[in-house]
Design a protein around this ligand. Sequence first.
Ligand code: FE
Length: 217
Amino acid sequence: MDTKVLNNISYGMYIITTKEDNKNIGCFINSLIQITSENPIIAVSLNKENYTNKILRETKRCAISILTEKAKKELIAKFGYFSSKDTNKFEETEWKEIDNLPVVTENACSYIIGDVINIIDVNTHDIFLIRITKTKQLSEKTPMTYKYYHEKLKGKASKKAPTYIEEKEEKTKGNRYKCTICGYIYDDDKEKVKFADLPDDWKCPLCGVGKDKFIKI
Ligand code: FE
């Protein structure tokens, strides 16, 4: 099966958030579709290992921010590659408390608030059916598509994403190093500076972690 064909399926760029007691929880998602138009219901796919999945099962309420093409890679990386279990993703992120939910307003053109009405078990992921209770337009900026994220921002899917496809890495002669957080590859043959010679404060251009999170491959 040519799984690359699946790259032709279109997706958007969203951040889903909820609140565990007083702790704000959230993660990046791309798999969201509208299911019905009357009393609109949407479906969202979330990995079972995802902390947001665990908490959303309990709270059954969430907000979804629709990201624009101006969304920063750092924002997507923070919500996409790290876990709310041990990271406060809302620190240094613009957000507002709306209806007792944390709503990410940074680089968002609109947001949706809704209640989880059903959860469908699909192997590694769960589909959350969410009935929309509120929507708000924040700006007229263009929503970002997943294709735009991959092609313009050179973003990569997290291993937990429903659309993750393992990339065959082309081999070059020199040393290559892989970011263990986001999968970014630093190839000595393609860069002006060898990985070993990068300054200590150098950061992964995709997710922002330090050199210590890279492994030689
Ligand atoms: Fe990284």
